[in-house]
Design a protein around this ligand. Structure first.
Ligand SMILES: [Zn+2]
Ligand SMILES: [Zn+2]
Length: 216
């Protein structure tokens, strides 16, 4: 999966970022980023491959079938997609913080299915952060890590997640026209009205939008 949309030039589709090269047509060169490579504990040991030792398929070849079964395999580089630094230089493996029972997190779209409007899902009296993401987007996991900490600290922030799956789903087509890459966040204020959107990994801009939304 590509993080950036393909550029469409005169009908030709050119992948903006791709590490695919020649390969047999029968076997896809790239798979999906599953969570199989995430560390199970914050203090997990890392191996020489910069991967949590417990999940590394170069250290533990017996794990390879699990990754392939999950379609988490980079055929080009012979490692799981979720361990391939050549394809994804910004991989991170930190486990997400455990969410407190009061944390306000809901999944609005699981498989790219359409959500006709965001406004009815904005929570009155809270700042609502709508998160358009995909499992193949490493920076999106950094947004999760940031938001999970925030949700554990504040009861006036609601997090609503929308899995676009690909750029071709009904959800992506409705909301991501003109959006070049993920993550894409839409922040609503406590008054239930949009503050602004933040595209790409910019946690400072996200925090500023949340502060602005909380002041309404
Ligand atoms: Zn290793
Ligand atoms: Zn790769």
């Amino acid at each position: 999966m590509r993080l950036f949309k393909p550029l469409i030039l005169g009908g030709a589709v050119l992948a903006a970022i791709s590490c695919a090269s020649s390969r047999p047509a029968s076997e896809p060169a790239h798979g999906e980023l599953s969570s199989l490579s995430a560390a199970s504990r914050p203090d997990a040991a890392f191996c020489e491959h910069r991967v949590p030792q417990e999940a590394c398929t170069r250290c533990n070849p017996g794990l390879i079938p699990r990754f392939k079964a999950a379609n988490d395999w980079c055929g080009e580089h012979g490692v799981p997609e979720s361990q391939c630094f050549q394809c994804h230089p910004d991989l991170s493996f930190e486990p997400l913080p455990t969410l407190a029972a009061e944390a306000d997190l809901k999944q609005l779209s699981l498989q790219g299915e359409d959500v006709p409007e965001l406004t009815p899902h904005a929570v009155p009296g809270k700042v609502t952060v709508f998160d358009f993401y995909a499992d193949w987007c490493p920076p999106c996991r950094k947004v999760d890590a940031h938001m999970f900490v925030l949700l554990n600290q504040r009861q006036d922030v609601a997090y609503r997640k929308l899995n676009i799956v690909s750029w071709e789903t009904p959800l992506a087509k409705r909301y991501l026209e003109g959006v070049p890459n993920l993550p894409h966040l839409v922040i609503y204020g406590k008054d239930g009205r949009p503050v602004r959107s933040v595209t790409g990994l910019d946690l400072a801009a996200l925090d500023a939008a949340i502060s602005e939304g909380a002041a309404r």
